[in-house]
Unconditional design. Structure first.
Length: 161
C-alpha cells in the first residue's frame, strides 16, 4: 500500500547547473522534440523503439508513472537538446530505495561535447527532500565496455594522465 502520492513528471523546480546546462521539467510543448529525439537511431539503440505517436509520447512523458519519476529537458546554451529523468521507489514497495537516472542527448550536434556529463553532474549535485530529510545518494551504472573511455576522459579532464 502506498503512503505517498506519485508525483507528476513536471512537478519539480528547474535545476540550474554550471556550463550553461539547465534541467527544466518536461512540458507539453516538448513532446514533438521528445518524439524526434526518441526516433533517432542512436537513441533507439539504447532506449528501444520510440512511442508510436505524439499522443503516446505525451502519455509516456507527461502522465504519472507507476514508480515516481521526474523528467527534465536538458537545455544547453538555452536550447533543448535532450532528456534526463530520475526516479526512486519508496519504502514498502518492491525494491525499496532503488534509484535510477536515465539520460539521452537527442540533438546530434550536442553529443560528445560534455553536455550529458554536465547534466548528470548537475543531477547528482541535486539533493532531494524525501520523508522529512535530504537524500544525497544516487546510484548509477556504467557498462563495462564504456568504462575505459570514460576513465580516460575523466583523468584527461583533471590532467592526471
Amino acid at each position: 500500500m502506498r503512503t505517498h502520492e506519485t508525483p507528476r513528471p513536471g512537478d519539480h523546480s528547474p535545476i540550474i547547473g554550471p556550463h550553461d546546462v539547465l534541467l527544466r521539467p518536461v512540458a507539453d510543448a516538448d513532446v514533438p522534440d521528445l518524439l524526434r529525439w526518441l526516433s533517432d537511431p542512436e537513441v533507439v539503440a539504447f532506449y528501444g523503439d520510440p512511442p508510436a505517436s505524439l499522443d503516446d509520447c505525451r502519455a509516456e512523458y507527461l502522465e504519472p508513472d507507476v514508480n515516481p519519476c521526474w523528467r527534465f529537458v536538458v537545455e544547453w546554451n538555452g536550447r533543448p537538446v535532450g532528456e534526463i529523468q530520475y526516479g526512486h521507489r519508496y519504502a514498502g514497495e518492491e525494491y525499496a530505495w532503488d534509484a535510477s537516472v536515465d539520460i539521452f542527448i537527442g540533438e546530434p550536434d550536442a553529443r560528445s561535447r560534455g553536455v550529458g556529463t554536465e547534466a548528470i553532474r548537475t543531477m547528482l549535485r541535486h539533493h532531494a527532500f524525501e520523508h522529512g530529510e535530504y537524500v544525497d545518494a544516487h546510484f548509477m551504472t556504467l557498462l563495462e565496455g564504456e568504462w575505459p573511455a570514460a576513465r580516460n576522459r575523466w583523468f584527461a579532464e583533471r590532467g592526471a594522465l
